[in-house]
Design a protein. Structure first.
Length: 863
RNA sequence: GCCGGAGUGGCGGAAUGGCAGACGCAGCAGACUCAAAAUCUGCCGAUGGCAACAUCGUGGGGGUUCAAGUCCCUCCUCCGGCACCA
């Protein structure tokens, strides 16, 4: 690509200039209204990828737009710099994670500057720096004081490949989120944040976020929190008299219980069968179910298997004695780990009952027919009339629900309750490269929090990184051994570090006061900048980062450290970047160069063959990823086309929340737009009026039309941005204006020409900032284009002088009329009926009705 | 199965219930060139017609309305999320 316009020179020039001007420095003393625009910070992998480019371009455009709209903007950037890759690199290459991370940060900072993204680098933070993780540890201690950080033994998700535990949110389809290894269940004593206590608060917060956050994110969080209303009912085990509480959302079917299922992990099982004739038979089956684990239970065709324990339970509501089973579909982690089974009215229970020949008891009939347990082919789950249900016979089951719950409580059988799927947040990680959990274990004093004055607990350097060597922290003698802060005796440190999602749960707060060495932040600074006005990032964080950060913020609110409880006012999630990828049945994903004998259609190759096996290759539009060999290197793109062209392309094709399709010809289109505009401006430098010459009041119609288009452009671009970041249509509006300018035969009036060119540059300046700055300067301006604010549209100039209205006859356009904008309806009607084209369609018909929609159209109804 | 979103030219996509296809990409024709690239000009939903123009057309079917891509009902497909959650 030849350099049509000198982008590499001007991009460097303006990046330096902005830095010299401190364009992006956020200043508390600045009286303008604040606007905090935040992009989700990256993990410093060392290379920028296309996902970053979409995210940060979008963020930068918003930052610059807000600056132009007269806000003082806080636009910080930092690094989510703890985490596995640095540690894996240490195992592989022997380079310490700290050195590895710092090198990557340095490189990425440079790449970001080259892309033209403006940040207040004086506020930069890295979560792996001790002045940051000092406060991550401090927060842990505050949580602990409130009883929100607890160590408990619980079944945890263990990834054998990563040699660490995972939070529930980090397990996808039974596999580790990072490495896909199948996750095992293990009982381990680990640190948790008791997030489940905040389930209802998190849900309630949605009311204030609705409309400002994408519906999809709120929906995902709701699902994740998983509130369900029902009742807790206490059954008794007949053989031992022990209580067995269960949770059900269908207390209306309590009279239809014909068996009970326990989760294979339920602690009661051993006790019940011990020494009985059933012991070996039951334990064998139970162990098999446990061995499968939840993930394998999923895969095993979801076949429902179970085994009778030999025991029974007593149903409190009617005294029925029913068998107690262990079933592989019952989950220990939900409710109480015991499920009452009503086969007549629950499909899963129905299938199980048929399989094991357990009786079925109908307690709800449809209004019209009655059900026969022997001939039923599926469970009846719809509403109906209750039968065999003691005091509730004859009632509609839905309507009776509140009465049933009241009755359960009165009789002492149970009570109404709400259950949540959201569980506590497991934060322990058996890793080196994270914030150490500030805890000391003493033989005499037990679990002792590190005194705040002794923070930070620093990561030691005398550690060994070895493949499969477990947690490297445990190899550090200097770290492991310490004094008990309470009694002074030798003690040892906790070697687990915190999940990196803890780091990212408060980084947005630290940006407000990044240099504070005596507290995580001052309330004053927080009050000045928080909450975040616009948060921008990927949808993949919907149920992880975004729920943790909200939880953390609520806790800090309750600790009276901050005075709000929702951190992000407005959230925008950008779409994924996709590109065509190629797949061969035999050789899996192929790079473009491995596809042969195909025909190029646009950007894709169709009907190609695999260069190895000559088998047909299938093409698919899919997310850019290394494993599918369809990556695009943003650095190369910036080198070939310049940052402005890449930025423009990222925004010009589709709305930014949709999937973005990367195409080589697409970026050429953006390149063309800028090159042509460059020529247009530079060739007209001698034709424009000097700066600040007023536009004459008398202009010919072409010049008036041009000005009209320009002012309409400002209005519509503003609308497009404010109405949800629709930069694609904003760019289209600019092209329309430029097309009209080019189509004009005579040379425009010099002041008008200046107005048009300046308008385009100003509305495009957030998107192509270097380009706009340069041409703005060449047009004779001495100060930055960003100092001139957003252009103001003049409504009078933007107003149409003549309106062309379509005239419909019975819904079809049959002609057009031209009228002045203030023409009254009666006159318009008369003109429309006189129109030659329209008249043809009225011949021999009776006009029933004429409807004039002011400014839009005229429609005539005839018969 | 449940929840969220979406189905519009060859492609990405525009359209406060009011002229469907803005803007761009690709394609075609022409200009420039020894030639190619780049650039510039024109055409570009389908069908019929020399044309003016007409008919059809926003996943399928039905409805509301003077008027439906847009609203209502119903079905289908795709994408994303959740899922033995009791």
């Amino acid at each position: 690509m030849s350099e049509k316009y000198p982008f590499s020179v001007i991009e460097k020039k303006w990046q330096d200039a902005w830095q010299a001007q401190n364009l992006f420095a956020a200043d508390e003393t600045d009286p303008r209204e604040k606007c905090y625009v935040l992009n989700m910070y990256p993990y410093p992998s060392g290379v920028l990828h296309m996902g970053h480019v979409v995210n940060y371009t979008l963020g930068d455009v918003v930052v610059r737009y807000k600056l132009l709209r007269g806000h003082k903007v806080l636009s910080p950037m930092g690094w989510d710099s703890f985490g596995l890759p640095a540690e894996n690199a240490a195992i592989r290459t022997g380079v310490h994670p700290h050195a590895f991370t710092e090198k990557n940060i340095k490189h990425m900072r440079k790449q970001m500057t080259r892309a033209g993204w403006g940040y207040d680098w004086t506020r930069e933070l890295a979560t792996s720096h001790s002045d940051y993780y000092h406060w991550t540890q401090w927060f842990f201690l505050q949580f602990m004081k409130k009883g929100l950080a607890v160590k408990k033994s619980a079944p945890v998700n263990w990834c054998n490949s990563c040699q660490t535990v995972l939070a529930n949110e980090q397990v996808h389809d039974g596999g580790c989120e990072r490495c896909d290894t199948s996750v095992e269940q293990k009982d381990m004593s680990q640190w948790f944040f008791t997030m489940s206590k905040y389930a209802q608060r998190l849900l309630d917060g949605h009311a204030s976020l609705r409309g400002s956050w994408p519906d999809s994110v709120l929906a995902m969080q709701e699902e994740w929190i998983g509130r369900s209303e029902g009742a807790r009912v206490v059954f008794k085990i007949k053989e031992t008299g022990e209580d067995l509480p269960i949770f059900t959302t269908r207390p209306d079917t309590l009279f239809g219980v014909t068996f009970m299922s326990l989760a294979p992990e339920h602690p009661l099982i051993e006790k019940l069968v011990k020494g009985s004739e059933h012991e070996s038979r039951v334990m064998e089956a139970v162990n098999e179910m446990r061995r499968q684990g939840t993930s394998e239970r999923d895969i095993a065709e979801r076949e429902k298997v179970g085994i009778w324990t030999g025991c029974h339970v007593v149903n409190p509501v009617n005294g029925d004695i029913v068998p107690l089973w262990v079933a592989n579909f019952a989950l220990m982690s939900y409710g109480t780990g015991a499920v009452m089974a009503v086969p007549a009215h629950d499909q899963r229970d129905f299938e199980f009952a048929r399989k094991y020949e357990i009786p079925i008891k109908v307690v709800i009939h449809p209004d019209t027919e009655s059900l026969d347990p022997d001939s039923m082919t599926e469970a009846y789950a719809d509403p109906g009339i209750m039968v065999n249900s003691g005091p509730f016979d004859g009632h509609n089951n839905r309507e009776a629900m509140p009465d049933i719950i009241r009755w359960l409580k009165e009789k002492g059988y149970g009570e109404g309750t709400i259950n949540y799927r959201l569980r506590d947040w497991l934060i322990s990680r058996q890793r080196y490269w994270g914030a150490p959990i500030p805890i000391i274990y003493c033989d005499d004093c037990g679990t002792v929090p590190v005194p705040e004055a002794q923070l930070p607990v620093l990561l030691p350097t005398d550690v060994q990184f070895e493949e499969g060597g477990g947690n490297p922290l445990a190899t550090s003698e200097s770290f492991l051994h310490c004094e008990c802060p309470t009694c002074g005796k030798p003690a040892r440190r906790e070697t687990d570090t915190m999940d990196t999602f803890v780091d990212s749960s408060w980084y947005f707060l630290r940006y407000a006061d990044p240099g504070n060495s005596t507290q995580p932040f001052s309330l004053e600074a927080i009050r000045h900048w928080m909450p975040v006005d616009q948060y921008i990032g990927g949808i993949e964080h919907a149920t992880m980062h975004l729920i943790y950060a909200r939880f953390f913020t609520m806790v800090l609110h309750d600790l009276e450290l901050i005075d709000f409880d929702e951190p992000f006012k407005q959230l925008f999630c950008q779409g994924m970047v996709c590109k065509t990828a190629y797949y061969c049945e035999e050789h899996k994903w192929l790079g473009e160069e491995q596809v042969i004998n195909g025909t190029r259609k646009g950007d894709a190759i169709v009907d190609g063959e695999c260069s190895e096996c000559k088998k047909p290759v299938r093409s698919e539009m899919t997310k850019i990823s290394k494993s599918k060999f369809n990556v695009v290197d943003p650095d190369k793109m910036i080198e070939s086309y310049g940052a402005d062209t890449v930025r423009l392309y990222m925004l010009s094709d589709a709305p930014p929340d949709k999937m973005q399709i990367w195409s080589e010809s697409g970026i050429k289109g953006s390149w063309r737009m800028l090159s042509r505009l460059w020529d247009l401006v530079t060739e007209n430098l001698k034709n424009v009026s000097p700066v600040d010459i007023p536009i004459p009041t008398e202009l010919d119609s072409d010049n008036r039309a041009l000005r009209r288009k320009a002012h309409q452009c400002i209005l519509r671009v503003t609308e497009a941005i404010d109405g949800g970041f629709q930069f694609n249509t904003a760019i289209a509006r600019c092209n329309e204006l430029l097309n009209q300018l080019r189509a004009m035969k005579a040379s425009p009036e010099p002041t008008v020409l200046r107005e048009i060119l300046e308008t385009v540059l100003r509305v495009l300046s957030p998107i192509v900032p270097h380009f706009s700055e340069e041409l703005w300067e060449q047009l004779g301006h001495k100060t930055s284009i960003f100092a001139h604010g957003w252009p103001q549209a003049d409504e009078d100039v933007a107003k149409e002088e003549q309106l062309e209205l379509p005239v419909q006859v019975n819904g079809k356009v049959r002609g057009h009329i031209t009228v002045a904008p203030d023409t009254d309806g009666k006159t318009i009607e008369a003109i429309a009926l006189e129109n030659e084209n329209v008249k043809k369609w009225l011949e021999g018909k009776t006009v029933r009705k004429v409807i004039v929609i002011p400014g839009r159209l005229v429609t005539i109804v005839v018969s």
